[in-house]
Design a protein around this ligand. Structure first.
Ligand code: AMP
Length: 281
């Protein structure tokens, strides 16, 4: 099966032209691909016969002091992995292809969904995410787009945006793929030193323990969240941005008999890890 790398919108359009009638499932990424990304490719099969992926490190979703410049880039091996997985088209545009001179429109999801948790620590992040995802969906016009639960808040924001803007693609999601010790796979894990990598799985272990405790009949107590943060700090994490229990869809306060999600972000030196787990009420 033919594999095409498209670097510009016209190249993308001619590569997608023969695929549209049968249907496309789309996997947007920032590259430096790992098995977690490939599980999205695998899942995409159930939504359409042709898989199309993008690799674009989107400057609009990085703050001025974040890791845009040093974010890992590995286009050659990304392309090889996608081709081997049967992806038909890799769209890997330059920044100017997505944001040409004069570009002046941002997609702004409003409210707590974007202002809290990641949004509180990364101002403007979700405007950058929503804008690029909206543009990519318009360009690729897939039947479905597949996202990871790893970035739970991002998934909620994209679902909200797709609903509010009547974007025709189905927004599908895939559970977080983890290393054997529980650490959520992430392109940023390669920043971790050996010592940090040894501590990193504690974030998921804490989330799982808290989720199990919250699901038990013991009375609910918010102190458990600050206790967990203290434990992470005592174990070598250098900063805890948040550990929060939220409604799984609106990310507002938990509501009786609605699904909940426990979300966390914490630093190990210069590396920021995020993770989340379901909580049964
Ligand atoms: P990124 O390249 O980090 O922007 O991620 C691209 C897509 O892959 C997003 O939808 C992520 O949520 C998803 N993703 C990243 N890591 C994982 C993982 N460990 N398991 C499942 N999906 C993931």
């Amino acid at each position: 099966m033919q594999f095409t790398i498209a670097r510009t919108l016209p190249e993308l359009r001619s590569a997608l032209d023969p695929l549209w009638p049968e249907g496309i499932a789309f996997i947007p990424t920032m590259g430096a691909l790992h098995a977690g990304h490939m599980s999205l490719v695998e899942a995409s099969r159930q939504y359409a016969p042709h898989a199309v992926a993008s690799v674009f490190v989107n400057p609009a979703q990085f703050g001025p002091n974040e890791d845009f410049a040093r974010y890992p880039r590995a286009l050659e091996s990304d392309a090889a992995m996608l081709e081997a997985a049967g992806v038909r088209v890799l769209y890997a545009p330059e920044v100017e292809d997505i944001y040409p001179p004069g570009f002046a429109t941002m997609v702004g999801v409003q409210g707590a969904l974007v202002d809290e948790l990641e949004g509180a620590h990364r101002p403007g992040h979700f405007a950058g995410v929503a804008t690029v995802v909206a543009k990519l969906l318009m360009r690729v016009m897939p039947r479905a787009a597949v996202f990871g639960e790893k970035d739970w808040q991002q998934l909620c924001v994209i679902r909200r945006m797709a609903l509010d803007l009547d974007l025709p693609a189905h927004i599908a999601s895939v559970p977080t793929l983890r290393e054997a010790d529980g650490l959520a796979m992430s392109s940023r894990n390669r920043y971790l030193s050996e010592a940090e990598r040894a501590i990193a799985p504690l974030l998921y272990q804490m989330l799982k323990e808290i989720a199990a405790w919250l699901a038990s009949p013991a009375p609910r107590n918010e102190d458990i969240l600050s206790g967990a943060a203290q434990h992470l700090l005592a174990s070598g994490f250098t900063q805890v941005d948040y550990i929060a229990l939220r409604d799984a869809e609106t990310l507002g306060s938990p509501q009786p008999s609605r699904p909940m999600r426990l979300l966390a972000a914490a630093w190990l030196g210069h590396t920021r890890l995020i993770d989340n787990v379901a909580v049964s009420g």
